[in-house]
Design a protein around this ligand. Sequence first.
Ligand SMILES: Nc1ncnc2c1ncn2[C@@H]1O[C@H](COP(=O)(O)OP(=O)(O)OP(=O)(O)O)[C@@H](O)[C@H]1O
Ligand code: NI
Length: 313
Amino acid sequence: MVPDIEIQNLSVCFDTARGPVYAVRDLSTTFWAGRISGVIGESGSGKSVMGMSLLRLLPNTARVTGKCFFGQEELYSMPLRQLRKLRGAAIGLIPQNPNASLDPVMKLGRQLTESITTHGRRNRREANRQAAEMLRRFGFEDPERILGQYPFQMSGGMNQRLVSALGLACRPGWVIADEPTKGLDAVIRNQVYSVLRQIYTEYHSSMIVITHDLSLARRLCDDIRVLYMGQIIEQGTAEEVMDRPRHPYTAGLIHALPSRGMVPIPPPDPRRLEHTGCPFYPRCRQAGERCGREKPGDYPLPEGGKVRCFLYA
Ligand SMILES: Nc1ncnc2c1ncn2[C@@H]1O[C@H](COP(=O)(O)OP(=O)(O)OP(=O)(O)O)[C@@H](O)[C@H]1O
Ligand code: NI
């Protein structure tokens, strides 16, 4: 049985020259096994930091507090040696920046087969076959040739698909995909969508998909969480969140899509910057007086979702 991923009170703070920066603030949520969960939100809202915290891949300057249960195990405090066994095998990663995660001086074939043999106890030939199969799924018609090349011989879009193949190569029970369609054109985006969907159905992999691609989120995901300044401000089924957004911020994100009128979320009102209330207060068109004074809680919606906004208290 693949366990759920249960985050409890996660905060991540970076110590920077200009002082502490909170990337994630007291975030608690459970990603259910057997589902594809989408995470959306503007750039800088903490999506990647939350995702990377699960595999403890944040830089040393990150201070992480909170807990994350993966079955009986607690990911943030388990010995690194033990965590390494989970990486790739139990929890696969499709990282946001393919160039940073591929080794520039190692042939792609070796990078792929090494990740398969380290975890799978398979022999090299079997690993090669598995690597080639995964590459073919991602649209590489001549995988043998690709396996003999170096990352710099590939385009950015190819490397993006390569790290996706790499992340899925060991058929992990959980996959964290951080912007798997970034920089890809519409045809290839569709292909990545189809592969993720196939992997989900064939291997029963559970997924966390972080994305700016709202149409991908709507089509691929069962449920969606919306992040704003390191907090989940709305969550629900993909259908509910995308078709009936409740939080003014979620509605703003969706209305900023070209297909929905491209109405941008307003910049912060300078008169509202000093406040002790809702983090979205300075930019919210629907804010009342209470929103500037008090922080809203998580209010349940009749359909099963939750929203952090006084409009639904
Ligand atoms: N190494 C770091 N040092 C300092 N601050 C960081 C570091 N990494 C991330 N941050 C800060 O943490 C916040 C969240 O970053 P994160 O990368 O999680 O955003 P994101 O939602 O993934 O954005 P994007 O959609 O652009 O990928 C940002 O304010 C960012 O500047
Ligand atoms: Ni990110």
